[in-house]
Design a protein around this ligand. Sequence first.
Ligand code: ADP
Ligand code: MG
Length: 749
Amino acid sequence: MSQVATPEPDLETKVLPIEGMTCASCVAKVERALGQVAGVSSVSVSLPLLQAQIEGRALNSADLAAAVAEAGFRALEESPDDETGLLAREAAALARREGERQAAGRALAAALPLCLPLLVLAWSGLAGVSWPAWTGWLQAFLCTGVLWAGAPIYFAAARALGSWSATMDTLVALGTLAAFGASLVNLSMGQGGLHFAPAGMIVTLVLLGRALEANAQAETGAALRGLLTLRPEQARRLLEGGESEGPAEEEVPVSALRPGDLVRILPGASFPCDGVVTSGQSEVSSALLTGESMPAPVGPGDRVTTGTLNGSAALVVRATATGSATRLAEIARRVSAAQGSKSPATRLADRVAGVFVPAVLLLALLVATAWGLHSGREAALLAGVAVLVVACPCALGLATPTALVVGVGRAAAEGALVRDATALEALGQATHVLFDKTGTLTEGRFRVSGLDPTSAEREGPLLALAAALEAQSEHPIAAGILAARDERGLPNMAATEVQAQVGLGVEGKVVGKTVRVGRTSWLRDAGVELGQAEEPSLEPGETSVAVSRDQELLGWIRLADTPRPESREAVERLQALGLEVELLSGDRREVAEFLGAKWGITRVRAEVSPEQKLQVVEELEAEGARVVMVGDGLNDAPALARASVGVAMGQGADVAKASASLTLLRDDPRVVAAAIETARATRDTIRQNLAWAFGYNAITLPLASLKILHPAVAAGAMAMSSVIVVANSLRLRRRSKAKARPLAETQGQ
Ligand code: ADP
Ligand code: MG
């Protein structure tokens, strides 16, 4: 039976800002609700980012918003995906966070002046002061005021109730209303047992906790905000034909720039767009974007990137990409997506947190019943309320995502762009690092260092024919051969049917003959007569490729590449971290072994094909190793995709980057070591946070059940508990500065 294939709509990702989430149960609820919408294939809701990242096909925004509303929250307007969309979204998220902080601050400012006299009235009795009976009503009045200030808590609880669910707000609302209600009853019956003060204090402390937490959480996004503010607001656009005449330019907002525009960048200003320098000589510092601390010289023809800083002289740049098409916007988008993603381990913590609130409600009910039977109503009330307010699902919900947001941001600041939480987690567990050689530990900028034709008359065709094929190749060797042909003024010949044999060479037709350029062994296998000819002996750091015309061997081209100056230190740092470092190269054995020794790598595998690179990764992983594969080229792509973590060099081929789960923003292998350190620190922070969040609840809940914790103390502990988690995640950021410095200082040595 044949099936008519209906074209499947493309997989798309939407980011929906969400309002009203306060804890892990909210996260779980929103995820569940969105997961049921038609077309959705995965959802990741982030509490610190206050957003849902939704992946799916043919997503309908109205349906998504309706599902969120159904769950008791509000989905805000998606920002349009135009050029300033990302900036707008981040600015909006920050504004919302700021709004929350201000709201909590205002509520706190209203609650505090009412709560203090309430505490004095209620607890001065302990110091022997006695107040007239009517002050009971004054307490009731003051407490009403405090609860009023905490109204958002009750509204949120009511919204949750409306959708038959319970959140952190439910616990607080239930606890305080029970204390308040029981006290009112006691007061009107003229009995003792007024708990207005604990009720007021719980609300005040919760508000205090929220204000502190919002404050700290705004800090977690600092790395991404730092990226987004690298782009200037204004640009100086040259008017038609204005390049020669100085003053013919206008000041425009960067959003008005279009590709093709000419823009003048003053000394010390940052670039408003990606582009190519058309006039001027200056230096560019990319420190804030990529962590690269050495400024690089630029002149006409050089590319510049949005957000990097111009040095000492004015430049004119022709814009090639603006707005959301720039590399900066792409980096920011990827950082934001990684920060909002979840690893399988995170999802597990989420699931536990999701059933936490109902479990606490049940526990409070059991505890109240037990105490009620044992020693009466008052005891039941105090213990029940203490259980409700001491539980802190909030800390559970923040434990992993805040650490991730800070960790991903720190990695980006160091020059490593991780794809998602899973990649960062895997990086922290790495045991092996496999480096490709060419373009990864070397610069991959070849120059021809010598020609070894098999006979003198073959010298010209050797280079000219090779260049004809390499004109259509992306391998780093190609650029070197083309440059040598141009230097020698050899003719520019046309090649047809050019095919790259990844990891072996290129073949094609030139004036009717089959030409091959590549590994000697590959030529031999293709039937080329090698005869008595021997591969040339190489200087240290050189490599060679053979060239043939039909069955005839024309000779070899020797090429030299420059090892990256940072390679040795990168290898040493990785080894110091306890990782096994290996070199995987498609190049000749003697070359790979010579360089491996130079870098301190003992395990060198040379002359490996792309398939063998993949096989090595597979074998190691089958033995239980967690492999980080670092590469730059087409030949590395399969291994990059298969490894636990594939790392692509920033200047590497696009396929390599697409296969990798981590991309380096600058081509410095030391960034791999820094990223592994960051991943480990993030993992440790997550562990500490989870241990704290679970440990806290495991200890305080029994204490509250046994009536050892007074409800007011319980509320204080709860309010601080989530603040501590966020503060611990922020510590991760501070540690990065200490680590980043030695990296920068050793630059350029
Ligand atoms: P590496 O693993 O060192 O990055 P590759 O796997 O890309 O190297 O290539 C392995 C070998 O194949 C090269 O050293 C070279 O001899 C040959 N080769 C591959 N592509 C080309 C090409 N376009 N031109 C010439 N030789 C090539
Ligand atoms: Mg390579």
